[in-house]
Write a new protein. Structure first.
Length: 662
């Protein structure tokens, strides 16, 4: 991606918000943005306290704002009590929005279902009562392994309603990944579906749960609740497995919310880090909800008449904050889409925007790049064939958006009039931390622009000192903020070491990305991860996780995984493998590549399948035995090695590792 970073740094196209947009915006004009930043700088706690009082409804008001006594385990609004589901549902109904459509669900086959706020509350209450009936109580962890569905949102909201902590596992993860999360979370119940329907196919989901529950470490699970999506074959284990429609039948449509402390863990969400073991990122209820609401209002300028569509799956943090919580807590109408952007053809997104008159659209660069390519191949799917005039704000998330894709998005989807919010954030930040605001920030393609008001983002050197604008360094956030990660579940030590390292003084939140600020404007450009984490189609994957999956195959002695730039996926996965047997060639090599790719899919999930596997008699190592990943990255890109390799133990294997098995 180095070429695109270069081009971003020299990007001089600037897109100012139109006066008409500014006039109606929730944050109207650069002065309003700066006033918010100034308020936060002058009285940091007072600023967040004001916003928390104005935007969140508290059952018991808070008097403490930020408690730093246990730093870096910060607490916000800790003596306040609230319920996230009440803030998303009952609050809106009390405000007269009961008959407003909350969710427009479009199934893979195009069937549309609309659910009002009153209906959604009734469904959430019934399911929450069902969970209580199964003995789930405040603080219990519940795994949700569901496709994109109304039920997915209902399941999350129902957990929130009774104070159970949900942990959603993306439906593309394998039984093994599911097992790891069940064990780490000590979950008591799993909510899943018989099958998922994507791209015109029914794909089994429940068998992965069955397989996970045969593996050691899953004894904490008492029940599996199964939503019947397709009606396809589904094995049900008597006494353990129950149908959603059976447990929810005859339940009351009222369920008094469990009023929880602001710090009560709303959810755990597992994400990759630099070791082989995913981290259970723990979020709070109060601070998290505040930021979900604020960013939905300010970054997307959500208004009562909007139709909001975030295309992310609920298995990722984007689907938590901008499907399940933010838009509903703001009383919005949102789209939930079951399918894939390329079925029945690559015009699906554009057709849905047209059909549902979507006004705010939020997706990932990888999807945009794939759809650009699809429209080149099949011009019938080009967005120009659709009426996209309902759109007024666009968003991008998950990875850097290259200026070419930005311009295409701006011109072809946004009709040249819609501002693009390039939102930088992470599972750990809970919501946007660096992003433009559409009625305030002049946009520069490829830059996520400026910090969200109140977020003290900066770029520092190895000792934690600010670097000058124009110079690269580590992206940090200097003060704790309400929606930040609270800890890593079961691993507070790893939390401290990963995010508040001593080298930087122990007080700065280290995002794990490199960044640079434009020398004139101070705009941020993200340069990518500084650790061994890849972003493949916007999905975060640790190289160590993939390496562990590879070495768990009986044939593999050693493996090293690196990323290489990919036109559509952002990064592709390249694996270098040493077998216990001789280095394979020809047909045998092809067969083993196939086996290994399937093995990784089985261990982690299809998203982690290496795009390329190369075999060597050994890996390039220093004399002290360290794998020289820098060389592996150069080889992956197909570039010649020009750097010094004098410390390399075995230079001859570099030639072997150039060979890509087709
Ligand atoms: O490297 C950054 C990249 O995605 C990482 C966070 O991944 P995850 O926790 O899965 O959350 C993704 C959705 C919020 C970051 O450390 N990233 C995210 N947004 C951007 C980005 N890189 C550049 N520009 C962005 N807008």
């Amino acid at each position: 991606m180095s070429t695109s970073i270069e081009s971003v740094l020299h990007e001089n196209r600037v897109f100012n918000p139109s006066p008409a947009f500014v006039a109606q915006a929730n944050v109207s004009g650069m002065d309003a943005y700066q006033a918010l930043c100034a308020e936060a700088a002058a009285d940091y706690e007072g600023y967040w306290a004001r916003l928390a009082r104005e935007n969140v409804v508290w059952k018991q008001p808070f008097s403490t704002v930020l408690d730093e006594s246990g730093a870096p385990f910060y607490q916000w609004f800790s003596d306040g009590k609230l319920n996230a589901s009440w803030n998303c549902l009952d609050k809106n109904i009390e405000a007269g929005l009961g008959d407003k459509v909350a969710i427009i669900f479009e199934a893979d086959d195009g069937k549309v279902t609309r659910v009002t706020y009153s209906e959604l509350l009734a469904r959430v209450a019934r399911f929450a009562n069902a969970l209580k009936g199964l003995g789930v109580k405040k603080g219990d962890r519940v795994i949700i392994y569901l496709p994109m569905s109304i039920e997915g949102v209902v399941a999350m909201q129902a957990c929130a309603r009774i104070g159970a902590t949900h942990s959603v596992v993306f439906g593309g993860f394998s039984a093994q990944s599911l097992r790891d999360r069940i064990e780490d979370a000590g979950a008591v119940l799993i909510i899943t579906a018989d099958e998922q329907c994507r791209g015109g196919k029914n794909l089994p989901l429940k068998p992965a749960v069955d397989e996970a529950l045969t593996l050691p470490g899953t004894g904490s699970i008492k029940n599996v609740v199964v939503y019947r999506r397709s009606g396809g074959p589904c094995n049900m284990v008597p006494g353990r497995d129950l149908w959603w429609h059976d447990v929810a039948a005859n339940q009351s449509e009222t369920c008094e919310p469990e009023w929880v402390e602001a710090e009560h863990p709303l959810f755990l969400l597992y994400t990759s880090g630099s070791t082989g073991k995913p981290k259970g990122v723990q979020h709070s209820t109060g601070g998290y909800l505040l930021h979900a609401i604020l960013t939905t209002r300010w970054t997307f300028d959500l208004k009562p008449g909007d139709v909001f569509w975030c295309t992310a799956d609920i298995g990722w943090v984007t689907g938590h904050t901008y499907v399940t919580y933010g838009p509903l807590a703001c009383g919005g109408t949102e789209i939930v889409f079951e399918g894939v952007p390329t079925f029945p053809d690559a015009g699906r997104f554009w057709k849905m925007i047209q059909d549902h008159k979507v006004s705010i659209f939020y997706t990932a660069p990888t999807a945009i790049r794939a759809l650009i390519k699809a429209a080149d191949i099949n011009p019938g799917t080009h967005p120009k064939h659709y009426d996209l005039s309902s759109l007024r704000v666009l968003g991008s998330v998950g990875e850097p958006i290259n200026p070419e894709a930005w311009m295409w998005y701006h011109d072809n989807i946004g009709g040249g009039r819609c501002p693009i919010m390039d939102t930088f954030w992470q599972t750990e930040t809970g919501g946007h931390v660096i992003t433009p605001l559409p009625g305030a920030t002049p946009l520069v393609p490829g830059s996520c622009t400026l910090a969200f008001p109140g977020i003290m983002a900066a770029v520092v050197d190895e000792a934690g000192h600010d670097v000058e604008w124009g110079k690269g360094g580590f992206l940090v956030i200097k003060r704790p903020w309400p929606s930040m990660i609270r800890t890593i579940w079961n691993d507070p030590d790893r939390f401290r070491k990963s995010y508040f390292p001593e080298d930087l003084g122990g007080k700065l939140y280290l995002a794990g990305d490199g960044a640079v600020r434009n020398a004139q404007s101070g705009y941020f450009t993200i340069m990518g991860r500084i650790d061994d984490v890849l972003s493949v189609s916007g999905h975060r994957l640790g190289t160590m996780e993939i390496e562990s999956a590879l070495v768990s195959h009986p044939l593999v002695a050693e493996a090293a995984v690196v990323g290489k730039p990919h036109d559509i996926k952002g990064e592709a996965i390249v694996a270098y493998v040493v077998l216990k047997t001789a280095r394979p060639t020809g047909e045998e090599a092809k067969r083993i590549v196939n086996d290994l790719r399937n093995h990784v899919a089985h261990e982690i999930g299809p998203i982690a399948k290496p795009d390329e596997i190369r075999f060597g008699d050994n890996l390039p190592k220093t004399r002290s035995g360290k794998i020289m990943r820098r060389l592996l990255r150069t080889l992956a890109k197909g570039e010649e090695i020009t750097s010094d390799i004098s410390t390399l133990e075995n230079p001859a294997i570099l030639d072997q590792l150039k060979e890509v098995i087709k």
